[in-house]
Design a protein around this ligand. Structure first.
Ligand code: SF4
Length: 353
């Protein structure tokens, strides 16, 4: 108990003195706290900050966000990745605006009923916006806890994860739970970093078991990572009368709702040309002739690496029909900016004239 009190006291004092001035920390408005938390899931602070500012400027209230079209939301989200977050954000805004009169539920367990709000996000909103005594455990907090308490088991195991949530729950104070939770995350992001923990500058070093044992760099223990698979993809750039054919991906699944050029995975033993012909038949119902290569770009997602082989193609036979996309459109180059494309597509858009 004595140790927990000391950790709370020293960490909060450090946070009051050292916390970064981030735009969402200047408010306790649950809408803005929620917005920042969704944007910062799987996104670094420096990358997410301009998106947060753009969303707040475009949609100052949850009602404004609820009233936006999905295209507007996806366009503003473009480049952040994990587009399910954007769709959940929009769906949750509609629920808060439509079913809760524009007011967020005040309890973490009720917040978790909103789309895209898991235990971590609910804890963050509950503690920061409403002062509820609930913990948060993200990647940074897992690292800090596994070092503070020298956790020898893999943090990828469910049992260990449960134990970490329990540890965090015991540590979070009744007073200022939001500040404490943010302090834990801030410590992980700035001091107790993965490869070079700055133990000499750490406010809780006196309580840190891993530091005392010299095991900081061995914590957290992780399960060996699986190799990230790689896929060869062909992309067909089909132009007619100065307009290009793009399709909208179905709302479910990876990159759902975004616009893209037709194409897909190259099957074993297939040439790029054969893959283009097959994919265009499957997706558009037409026969195409593949022309010259426009670009070859690589892109990495968290669980997948792709090489995009981009070819000019022309329709030889048939009438286009959306067979796998929800919609097809012919769009002039000058209007590409109005559509949300996956990040990988942006790597070759400039080459299309
Ligand atoms: S003393 Fe070092 S390992 Fe322990 S919490 Fe602080 S920075 Fe992390």
């Amino acid at each position: 108990m004595e140790q927990a009190n000391r950790i709370r006291r020293d960490l909060l004092a450090w946070y009051q003195a050292e916390a970064r001035d981030l735009p969402w920390r200047r408010t306790q408005d649950p809408y803005r706290v929620w917005l920042s938390e969704i944007i910062l899931q799987q996104t670094r602070v420096d990358q997410g900050t301009p998106y947060y500012e753009r969303f707040v400027a475009a949609f100052p209230t949850v009602e404004d966000l609820a009233a936006a079209s999905e295209d507007q939301v996806l366009k503003l989200w473009e480049g952040l990745g994990y587009y399910t977050r954007a769709r959940n954000l929009h769906a949750a805004a509609k629920i808060v605006a439509g079913q809760h009169g524009g007011t967020f539920p005040e309890k973490a367990e009720l917040l978790q009923l909103l789309p895209g709000v898991g235990r971590y996000t609910a804890g963050a909103i509950g503690s920061i916006a409403f002062g509820e005594r609930v913990p948060v455990v993200d990647g940074n907090v897992k690292r800090v806890l596994s070092r503070l308490f020298d956790v020898e088991k893999s943090i990828d195991d469910t049992e260990t994860e449960k134990a970490l949530w329990a540890m965090a729950g015991k540590l979070v104070p009744r007073d200022a739970p939001g500040d404490f939770n943010q302090a834990m995350m801030e410590l992980g992001a700035r001091v107790c970093t993965p490869k070079k923990p700055a133990c000499d500058a750490c406010p809780v070093s006196a309580c840190c078991i891993a530091r005392a044992d010299g095991t900081q760099l061995e914590r957290p223990v992780r399960r060996a990572k699986k190799a990230v698979p790689h896929k060869e993809i062909v992309v067909a750039v089909i132009e007619e009368d100065g307009r290009y054919l793009i399709g909208r991906r179905p709302p479910e699944g990876m990159l759902g709702g975004l616009w893209e050029f037709p194409g897909g995975k190259v099957e074993p033993k297939e040439t790029h040309q054969q893959a283009l012909v097959r994919e265009c038949k499957e997706e558009l119902g037409v026969t195409v002739k593949a022309g010259g290569m426009l670009a070859c770009v690589k892109h990495a997602y968290t669980h997948l690496r792709v090489t995009l082989n981009v070819y000019r193609c022309a329709i030889e036979k048939g009438t286009i029909k959306a067979k796998t996309h929800t919609e097809l459109r012919w769009v002039p180059r000058s209007e590409f900016d109005e559509y949300a494309f996956p990040k990988g597509n942006h790597k070759f858009l400039d080459l299309i004239e």
